[in-house]
Structure formats: C-alpha cells, structure tokens
Design a protein around this ligand. Structure first.
Ligand code: 5CA
Length: 442
C-alpha cells in the first residue's frame, strides 16, 4: 500500500487526559480508530486490519479444536431472554430496544439464549453430540464506565463459542478442548495469557477460567505462581481428540496457583515459595464457563439418550475479547516511540521509507523493494511521500511495523538499503535481496 493513497490519520496530539493508558493513546495517535460516542468506535483502516488478523487467528484455532463457525445477529428477541430468566437479571447493562410493533428487542451482550434456541430446534438425539458452535460478532454492554479505549467499550467484538454435550463428563472434555485452544490462540497472537480460576458471574456455572495478559494498566488484580508462566502452550501438532493429552494439558497449568482477586486465597498464595509469588495486574482477554443445565433446563434443550429418554444437555460458553485484544497486545508490546507489532498481527508486514522519492535512482530502488515485498506476500506499507525525514521516521516508528526498510541516496550509491527490526532496534545495511530474504524468512 502506498502511504500517499492510504488513509492513516496520524495525530501526535490526542488528549491531555493523564488517565489515558498507552494502548488507547497509541491507537488514537496512529489513527487506528475514532471514538463516535462513549465506548463506541469506528475502526479506521489500520485498526480494522489488525482486528481482522486477530479474528482470523481466533477462527483458525477454533476450527482446529473442532468448533464450527456460524453467525448470529446483534439484535435478539426479549422473549428468549425471558425464557432463561436473564431478561430482568441482566440489569442496566443490557440495551433494550422496542421496535415499531412494540416488540421487545435487545442488542445482544452474549448469545447463550439464542444459540440454545437454535440448538433445541434442530438437535434431538445424542448421536448429534458433542457439538460446538461459534461466531464472531459485535456485542453491546452499557458499561457504567466505558474506558481505556477498546479495552472496556460498550460496543465490542467478541468470539463466543457454545458447547453442547450429553453429560457432565463429556462437557468437561469440551471445556478442556477450548482451554487448550485458547493457549494456542494467545500464543499465536504474541501474548502470554495466563488461565486463572475465575468467578462465573452472570453467565453462571461452577467451572470457569479467565485468561489474563499481565500488564500494569490491567483492570484486574491477579496472584500467581511464577511457574505458570513457563509452561509452554500445547502447540501445532496437538491432538484435540486425545482426551488424556487434554487432561494432562489442563493439569499442567492448573496445578500452579493462579487467581484473580475475586477468587484469591491468601493462604494458598502464601504457601508458594516467596521468589515465585507474582502479584500483578492483568487484562482479561478470554473467559470460559461450564454451566451444566443452567440454560437447557428452563429452555428445554433436550435430546434423546441411547435408552430413549429425554435429557437436558450440558453446556459451556467460551468468550474471547477480539477487539479488547487489539489494546491488550499494544499494552504488552510498545515503547516510548510507539507500537511494536508482533509479526502475526501486524497491520502490514514491513514499512518502506523512501528518503528521496524525487531522485530517480532512489525511487527506482524503493519501488523495487515495494514490488518484491508485495510479491512475497508481505503486504508492505510504502512511504513515498515528500515529507521530511524526521516525521517519516517518527510515523513509521509510531505505527510499529515489524520491519523497516529505508532507501536513501547514500545507500543506493553503495548498493544497500537499511533494514531495521522494530522490536530490537537493530539496524543493518544490506542488499535489497538480503533485506527481502530476511523479511520473508520471519
Ligand atoms: N458468554 C460468555 C462467554 S462467550 C461471556 O460473555 N463471557 S464474558 O462476559 O467474560 O466476555 C467474554 C470476553 O469478552 C471477556 O473475556 C473480555 O475479553 C471481552 N469483554 C467483555 N466485556 C467487554 C467490554 N466491555 N469491552 C471489551 N471487551 C469485553
């Protein structure tokens, strides 16, 4: 993409609000998003690209774990929520809407009721189980205090998956699959997210884990054993059908103490060797629940067993804050000059700075780098504007693409370009071919 033809409204001055956390400020400065109302944002091209990359990784890992993608609407019927008893219980966070026929609607804060209704309509036999359906869709929660940009929005993008099983034992296997899939997902996104015992809150149930990315700006206070940070994720070859492997995976991690303040047990924490005690703040990027028959009982989501009896299914739900992750990744990966995008979610694979776009020889080399990186599928951002060097470097640093290739007159004379790795700041003068090779290998 040529920067002169793209739309990145970079602004240095965003707000003097001291409480603005780094990710919020950086997202505003880089023109990734625009606030339209409290907690409601437009995703401008750069931000939208990142959101879509995260969505795609989440999708791939859900699919790999056997979940099936679909799409439910943002608006839901109030009657469905009356069936489960949550219409009144949900409180003022729910945005209630009345249509022209005076029918009650709501902007969905989550989809347990709707998916249970779909399930009960079509699934009648144990033979069709287990089933895990998911979608990625906008949600609305009328938060009292929307803040920190996309971290606590009112409208936000969520991946929510819903599992249906014949009994509790099988539902726990479904839960373990999602647990393992989440570890792989967050690992691919370049963040360390720690599973912690959590309070199920309004979703309900008795088994629940939150996944938290440690960051000073996080809203939750967390306590954990440092050892939990060192357990590697299950990885690419992991077999989701191998139940023993699933159990082992979950045990490997849950045997170490890790809890949010709501579930914190001071005595258990004190028993951890002092040099391994971690008290920190965290951002909740995922939350999984096993809630048994909480929705299937009142909504009559029943299937026939082998013996021909009707039984309420056992359910779980599994959320990932996709839009929140954009902020969480930046919170975990930035410096005083700007964002440092992990390779997998970077909006562009590399940035090219043409220092003298008016000089024919310089422009030719920069065009060549642009063509080659594009052909290699690296989707580069090409700054061929006539802005001065300082602002060009500053802007590229701020946007924080994993690689920067600077094409300047002196280098061109010597047959080299400058290759810089954003994360480490390492710079090297190399040939165009070597630069392309390094970037495509990463
Ligand atoms: N039905 C369940 C699982 S699908 C559910 O709604 N869980 S949740 O309430 O924990 O939300 C799932 C994830 O959405 C959270 O872990 C968090 O990452 C994200 N999330 C929740 N509220 C907000 C918000 N106001 N702004 C941004 N992300 C949010």
């Amino acid at each position: 993409m040529r920067l002169s033809r793209y739309f990145i409204p970079v602004t240095k001055d965003v707000s003097s609000d001291e409480k603005m956390i780094a990710s919020h400020k950086l997202m505003m400065q880089t023109g990734m998003m625009r606030q339209n109302a409290a907690g409601i944002y437009s995703w401008l091209p750069l931000g939208f690209k990142v959101l879509k990359k995260i969505e795609q990784i989440v999708r791939e890992e859900m699919d790999r774990a056997g979940a099936i993608e679909m799409l439910m609407p943002t608006l839901q019927s109030a009657d469905l929520w009356r069936e489960s008893g949550r219409y009144d219980a949900y409180g003022p966070e729910m945005l209630r809407i009345t249509d022209r026929h005076d029918r009650g609607l709501l902007y969905g804060p989550t989809n347990e009721e709707m998916i249970t209704d779909i399930f009960r309509t079509y699934v009648k036999s144990y033979k069709q189980l287990p089933l895990n359906l998911y979608h990625q869709q906008w949600k609305f929660r009328d938060e009292v205090r929307p803040r920190f940009g996309v971290m606590r929005g009112r409208e936000f993008y969520m991946k929510d998956a819903y599992s249906f099983d014949l009994d509790e034992a099988s539902a726990r296997v479904s839960y373990q699959k999602m647990f393992a899939a989440y570890l792989n997902t967050f690992n691919r996104l370049g963040v360390t997210a720690i599973p912690m015992q959590a309070d199920p809150g309004p979703i309900g149930g008795d088994l629940s884990h939150e996944f938290l990315v440690l960051a000073d700006s996080g809203e939750s206070e967390v306590y954990c054993d440092k050892a939990v940070l060192d357990v590697p994720p299950p990885g690419e070859g992991f077999d989701f059908e191998d139940h023993d492997a699933l159990i082992e995976e979950m045990e490997k991690r849950t045997k170490f103490y890790a809890a949010t303040d709501e579930k914190h047990d001071e005595a258990a924490y004190a028993a951890i060797p002092a040099d391994r005690q971690v008290k920190a703040r965290g951002i909740e990027v995922g939350h999984i629940f096993y809630f048994g028959t909480k929705y299937s009982d009142p909504m009559k989501a029943e299937v026939q067993t082998k013996e021909g009896e009707l039984t309420a299914i056992h359910g779980g739900s599994y959320g990932i804050g996709v839009s929140r992750l954009v902020g969480a990744i930046i919170e975990a990966s930035h410096d005083e000059n700007g964002i440092i995008w992990p390779d997998e979610v970077a909006p562009f694979g590399a940035g090219i700075i043409s220092m003298k776009p008016d000089a024919e020889d310089c422009a030719a080399v920069a065009d060549d780098v642009y063509a080659k990186l594009t052909a290699a599928g690296k989707d580069p951002l090409y700054d061929e504007t006539s802005d001065r060097a300082g602002p060009k470097f500053g802007r590229m640093e701020l946007i924080g693409l994993p690689w920067q290739v600077t094409v300047g007159p002196r280098g061109v004379k010597n047959g080299v370009v400058e290759l810089k790795r954003r994360a480490t700041g390492e710079k090297e003068d190399v040939s165009v071919e070597a630069a392309i090779a390094r970037i495509t290998e990463s």
